[in-house]
Structure formats: C-alpha cells, structure tokens
Design a protein around this ligand. Structure first.
Ligand code: RIB
Ligand code: CA
Length: 316
C-alpha cells in the first residue's frame, strides 16, 4: 500500500454476511478513504441488500453515501442466496436503522462522480456480482484511467460453489465478469481457491464476541447465522469469502498471489460462469489477474479480530 497518500476506495457488494464483515474490516483500514458504497443484487434482491448496506453504514458511523445499483445482471436472470444469508440477506443480529438518506445517484452515476472527482486513482473492491463495475466500464471507458485496481471476490480456478464449475458471484453475471476480465485494468481475484481456505472457526469468532463491543458482538452473530447453512453443508467453520478481497490488498504478505491469464466461460450447459486459468502460458495470453490462491489462515483471523477490537467503546 502507498505509505504516503490515502487510497480512495469504492465498496461494491451485495451484503450478505461476508460483505458486511469485509466492510467492517475496510472501515478500519487507515490507508483507505472510502468514497462510496454501491449495491448490487445477488445474495438478496437489490432492495434488501441496499437496506442492509445503509444499516451497516449506520452501525459503523460512516459518513458515506450508499448508491443503489443494478437490480439484475447484464444478461442473465437474477439468482439469489437466501439459503446462506436469510430472507433479509443479513439475518441474525439487530442492526440500527439507516441514518443517511439513500443517494439520489445510481451506483454507476456515483462511481462516475467519484472517479471524475478523485485526484488519485480509485480502487474498487467488488464483493458481489460484478454488474455495476462492468456497467461503469461499458458506459464510461474514458474513466478506466482513473481506476487503480479492481479487487474482486469471485470465481474459483479449481471448483465452483453454486455449480460444480462456477462460483456464485461470477455465475450471477458471467458477462459482467467477462467485461472486467478483458478490461485491461489491474485486477486482483480472490476466488474460492483462497476463500475456502479462509475458514473462520467457532472458536475464532468467540474471540471476536469476547471483545465485548457492539460491533464485535454483531460480527460474531453474523458468523453465528452464516455458520447455520455452512454447517449443514459439512463445513467446520465459515468460508469468509469477501474480507479476502479487502485484506489481500492491504496485507498481501499473508497471501499466496500468482499471476495468471484467466477467462470466463459464457456458454456450456454445465460450466457457464467458470473462471478458467492458463497456468502454463499455453494460451499465449499475458496474465490479466493477480490470483490470490492461498493464505496464512491464522494471520487472516487475527486481522479480523484486530479490526473488531478497534470498536472498543462503540455505541449504536
Ligand atoms: O461465493 C461467495 C460469494 O457469493 C460471496 O461474495 C458471498 O457474499 C456471495 O455474494
Ligand atoms: Ca458478496
């Protein structure tokens, strides 16, 4: 991370428990200057994830606008994930009601505004379907030069999680992921290769609960809820996907990051939405992604605990 200047950041996601935890983490990063939060349909409908985003902003006492994005993918029909995130998209602990009005700008208009006004290149952290970011690039190719990096949670070089071949965020909107993969921008991808190693176990989130501040209590209860479905699938803890897209930017040294050319499968009866890596350069294409494929799990957990500890004395 640049040691001198703050990094302007846009958080785009579909909160969702792990998006919410990622945003708690992001809000504690001193180098980050979070300029906007934008929402996209995915874990739940756009209305629900937007309401959740606004409540997270209230919880964290952030003076940041929330702008509503696309309510459906570029081409596909929307799929949602109430089995993981519940009927509200963020079931579990009580959260404060929104204390800021929803922005009158759409997500794309907000992203455009932030990019045009920023003197520094902006980092976009996408933890849902990549619809908004793709729509931004399609509508405003001239603004690509204002984007420093796009860090995504999405994909899986070895497996999927919604289908055998595709991870949820990519499968929701493969055309959006393809647009970003072919954008020529600096891209970082946290796929299931790392996020299914980023397992937070019950004893880990008991450390967070024991911090005994209101935000830590909420985060622990988000893990409580998220674990219900994960446990039913046989996991011994929570694959904590979205915080990887934040943490790997700030502390890359605790991750294993490889440069690969990755393309997105758009057709195929069984593999639409697969992220296919060229491991040995046989495609002749230069790498387009920094692929995060491993991590030091204990250090990952410790960073989450440290982030939650920074809310000592918080009230909501
Ligand atoms: O496959 C995991 C991803 O899908 C995470 O971003 C989760 O929040 C859901 O959006
Ligand atoms: Ca997400």
């Amino acid at each position: 991370m640049n040691q001198n200047k703050k990094i302007p950041v846009i958080l785009d996601g579909d909160p969702g428990h792990d998006d919410a935890i990622a945003w708690v983490l992001a809000s504690t990063i001193p180098d980050f200057d979070i300029k906007a939060i934008t929402t996209v349909a995915g874990n739940q409908t756009l209305e629900k994830v937007t309401y959740n985003a606004r409540r997270i902003v209230s919880l964290l006492h952030l003076d940041i606008e929330v702008a509503k994005g696309r309510n459906r993918p570029l081409v596909s029909d929307l799929i949602i994930a109430p089995n993981f995130h519940g009927e509200t998209g963020l079931d579990g602990p009580r959260l404060p009601e929104p204390d800021h009005e929803l922005s009158k700008l759409s997500a794309i208009e907000m992203m455009e505004k932030v990019l045009r006004e920023s003197e520094e290149k902006v980092t976009i952290i996408s933890t849902g379907a990549q619809t908004n970011v793709a729509a931004l690039l399609l509508a405003h190719p001239e603004l690509k030069e204002k984007i420093g990096r796009i860090s995504t949670m999405g994909g899986g070089l070895r497996n999927g999680n919604w289908t055998a071949g595709a991870e949820f965020n990519i499968l929701v909107d493969p055309e959006a992921a393809y647009t970003i993969a072919h954008s020529g921008l600096p891209l970082q991808m946290c796929g299931l290769d790392v996020t299914e190693q980023a397992i937070v176990y019950p004893e880990d989130w008991e450390r967070i609960r024991a911090l005994n501040n209101p935000v830590a209590k909420v985060v622990a209860e988000w893990f409580d809820f998220f674990f219900i479905h994960m446990k039913s699938l046989g996991w011994k803890g929570c694959c904590t996907h979205d915080p990887c897209a934040v943490m790997s930017l700030v502390w890359p040294e605790i991750f294993d990051i490889r440069d690969y050319y990755v393309d997105i499968e758009l057709s195929g009866r069984y593999c639409r939405g697969a992220t296919v890596a060229d491991y040995n350069g046989s495609s002749g294409n230069k790498p387009n992604f920094r692929c995060v494929v491993g991590l030091d799990r204990q250090k990952f957990v410790d960073k989450l605990v440290e982030a939650c500890a920074s809310f000592e004395g918080w009230e909501f």
